[in-house]
Design a protein around this ligand. Structure first.
Ligand SMILES: NC(=O)c1ccc[n+]([C@@H]2O[C@H](COP(=O)([O-])OP(=O)(O)OC[C@H]3O[C@@H](n4cnc5c(N)ncnc54)[C@H](OP(=O)(O)O)[C@@H]3O)[C@@H](O)[C@H]2O)c1
Length: 276
C-alpha cells in the first residue's frame, strides 16, 4: 500500500499550481464601484440596456442612456423612474455619427462606467444578404463602439486620476441574438441553447462589470466558449485561470460534441429539404 507521504505531492500539486496562477494572473482584480458613479449605457431605451439602466439606477448610480429614438428614451426614463424613483439622463444620437456621440458624451459629463450595449442584428443567408445590411451592422456595432470609446475615454481617464477609483468599459456582444428573420438553420443551431431574460442578462453583466471581469459569459455555453477561447485574454481571477488551464482540452472536446450535434441537425435539414 502506498505511504500517505507519497500521496502528499499529488495532493499538493493543484494547490501549488493555483498559487503559481495567483502570482501570474494580470491585471490584479479590482472592484468597480457603481454607487454614486456615472454609468453611461448605449441602447438603454430597450431590452438588456434598459434592464441594466434600471439595475444601475436602483444601486445608486447616476445613469445616462443613449439611443436614437427620443420617444423610446422618454418611455424608458418614465419606466425607470416608476421602478426605482430615480431619474436617468437621456441622450438621443446615432452611434454611427461620431460628432453627435461626442456632443452627447460631453453633455452627459465625465463617465465612470461606459456600457456599449447598442447592437443591431439583421441575420440572413450570405447569398441573400444585401451588403448594405452588412455595412449597417459593422457601422453600428463596430464603428459605433469606437465612436463612443473615443468620445468618452479622455475624460474617463482624467476622472479616475481625480477620484482614484477605477473606471470600466464594457462591450456587449452576442452568441446568436433573437430575430424574426433568422434563417431556419440558425434557428435550429441557436435552439440548442436556451434564451435568457433581459433582466437576468443585465444582472450578470452588471455583476461582471463590478468585479472587473474581462469576459462575462451569461450562460453555460458562454462559459464553455470563454474557457475554450481564453487564449491571450487577460484573467484576473486565479480560480477562473485554473478552470481555463484545466478545462481547455475538455471544453474543446465538448465543442466537438456540439459541432457533431449541429452537423447532424444540418444534415437532417438538408435531407428533409431534398425530400420535399
Ligand atoms: N436579444 C438577444 O437575443 C441578444 C442576445 C445576445 C446578445 N445581445 C446583445 O445585447 C445588446 C442589446 O440587445 P437587445 O436585444 O437588448 O437590444 P434591443 O432591445 O434591440 O435594443 C437595442 C438598443 O440599441 C439602440 N440602438 C440601435 N441602433 C442604434 C444606433 N445606431 N445608435 C444608437 N442606439 C442604437 C436601440 O434604440 P433605437 O433603435 O431607438 O436607436 C435600443 O435602445 C446588443 O448588443 C445585442 O447584440 C442580444
Amino acid at each position: 500500500m502506498a505511504s500517505p507521504l507519497l500521496l502528499l505531492p499529488i495532493l499538493m500539486a493543484p494547490v501549488v499550481f493555483a498559487a503559481v496562477l495567483a502570482f501570474l494572473v494580470r491585471p490584479r482584480p479590482v472592484r468597480i464601484p457603481i454607487k454614486g458613479r456615472h454609468v453611461f449605457i448605449t441602447g438603454g431605451s430597450s431590452g438588456i440596456g434598459l434592464a441594466l439602466a434600471r439595475l444601475a439606477a436602483a444601486e445608486g448610480a447616476h445613469v445616462s442612456i443613449l439611443a436614437r429614438r427620443a420617444a423610446h428614451l422618454q418611455e424608458a426614463r418614465d419606466a425607470i423612474r416608476l421602478a426605482t424613483g430615480v431619474d436617468v439622463a437621456i441622450f438621443s444620437a446615432d452611434v454611427r455619427d461620431a460628432d453627435a456621440v461626442a456632443k452627447a458624451v460631453e453633455a452627459a459629463g465625465p463617465v465612470d462606467v461606459l456600457v456599449c450595449n447598442h447592437g443591431v442584428f439583421t441575420p440572413q443567408e450570405l447569398e441573400k444578404q444585401d451588403l448594405e445590411e452588412v455595412r449597417f451592422m459593422v457601422e453600428v456595432n463596430l464603428m459605433g463602439t469606437f465612436n463612443l470609446i473615443k468620445a468618452a475615454l479622455p475624460t474617463m481617464k482624467q476622472r479616475t486620476k481625480v477620484t482614484g477609483l477605477p473606471a470600466s468599459i464594457a462591450i456587449m456582444s452576442s452568441q446568436a441574438g433573437q430575430h424574426r428573420r433568422r434563417p431556419d438553420l440558425t434557428n435550429i443551431i441557436a435552439g440548442s441553447s436556451g434564451g435568457m431574460k433581459a433582466d437576468d442578462v443585465a444582472k450578470k453583466a452588471l455583476d461582471g462589470i463590478k468585479s472587473s471581469r474581462f469576459i462575462v459569459p451569461c450562460n453555460f455555453e458562454g462559459t464553455m466558449l470563454s474557457i475554450a477561447t481564453a487564449g491571450l485574454s487577460p484573467q484576473s481571477s486565479f480560480l477562473t485561470a485554473l478552470a481555463e488551464v484545466l478545462g481547455a482540452g475538455f471544453m474543446r472536446f465538448m465543442g466537438l460534441c456540439f459541432q457533431w450535434n449541429w452537423f447532424s441537425s444540418i444534415e437532417n435539414w438538408h435531407s428533409k429539404k431534398k425530400g420535399l
